[in-house]
Ligand binder design. Structure first.
Ligand code: SF4
Length: 318
């Protein structure tokens, strides 16, 4: 049966998503995931949350989904060793070198190649499988035929994001934010914490969502007030097909939202999945879409507020 995976930005959120019906929760190790420190966890918090997940027969997955420098690989392995020693067996990575190093150091751990790997075809999936990935997250624009091919030909787990926001570029490939404001500091372990670069473990200021001018080569204005596409997507309609296809994990994002809202999101997807699996032939989507509309309204309101704050932090005007 497909696993429902949701985000745990704090210890409280991790508990809430597991209590609301998620089979697994992913958390960011501080400085090593694509969110600001406020939505990441210190080592002891990761370990406490992993124990809680285990007590329920569920899974905690640690995100190390940044692009580390060479000197950071040993730091990543040392942190992973601490988590593996505490019983964590599941990780999310983007960097292929780090993936290979982790799988060789800790044989048997589960490694999910994150959406930031931009896996769009079976050859990509083969590449990450050979680097140690046991499951791949397909890029959010990949269609079901491509997913079927990956699943049948590559023999690797398949994970699909059904509730997330796309980026102007492929997810994980944007560097715009780091051009507006970038700061960094080294922690006691020697890890560089970047602000302004989500790819290096800091936060993104969502500068794509401010208004931009497009200028000609001579500097004259061609178009003003342009906002780059960065759209939320909810593949609610696709969930029955994804379950029929046999996807291994259905993932929903949401570390930045309030805990009650994240809890409601998880409960919605849990109920929908269970309802479909209970009786596929009489399942009807209409009522679920109505229920989802309320969640989307709440989610959009929280996101707008967060986005305005981030753009203002970047130094650009919202
Ligand atoms: S600036 Fe926009 S497109 Fe770039 S990473 Fe941030 S949200 Fe995505």
């Amino acid at each position: 049966m497909a696993e429902l995976l949701a985000s745990g930005g704090t210890v409280e959120m991790a508990r809430a998503v597991l209590d609301s019906g998620a089979d697994a929760v992913y958390v960011g190790a501080k400085g090593w995931s694509r969110r600001r420190a406020q939505y990441e966890m210190g080592d002891e918090e990761v370990i406490a949350s992993a124990r809680y997940a285990k007590s329920l027969g569920k899974v905690l997955r640690v995100a190390f989904n940044t692009l580390p420098a060479s000197h950071e690989i040993p730091l990543l392995l040392a942190k992973a060793e601490k988590f593996v020693g505490a019983g964590v067996r599941d990780f999310i990575l983007t960097d292929v070198g780090a993936m290979k190093a982790l799988s060789e150091r800790f044989p048997g751990v589960q490694i999910h190649a994150s959406v930031g790997c931009t896996i769009v075809n079976a050859e990509d999936a083969w590449f990450y499988k050979e680097a140690g990935a046991t499951q791949v997250v397909t890029e959010c624009r990949v269609d079901r035929e491509e997913m079927r091919k990956i699943r049948q030909e590559v023999g690797v787990g398949l994970e699909v994001l059904v509730h997330a926001t796309t980026c102007f570029t492929y997810l994980g490939r944007c560097t715009m934010s780091s051009y507006t404001r970038q700061e960094w500091r080294f922690d006691d372990e020697g890890k560089n914490h970047f602000l302004g670069s989500p790819n290096r473990g800091g936060l993104c200021y969502r500068v794509c969502l401010t208004e931009w001018d497009q200028r000609r080569g001579d500097g004259s204005l061609e178009a003003g007030g342009l906002v780059l596409p960065n759209l939320a997507y909810f593949l609610v309609d696709d969930i029955p097909d994804l379950l029929d296809l046999g996807v291994d994990t259905i993932k929903i994002q949401g570390r930045e939202y309030s805990i009650p809202l994240v809890g409601r999101m998880v409960r919605f997807y849990r109920d929908l999945i269970d309802s479909y699996l209970r009786d596929r032939s009489s399942f009807r989507m209409e009522a679920w879409k109505e229920r989802m509309a309320g969640i989307i309204t709440e989610r959009d309101a929280e996101r707008r507020e967060k986005t305005a704050g981030l753009i203002s932090e970047s130094g650009l005007s919202a």
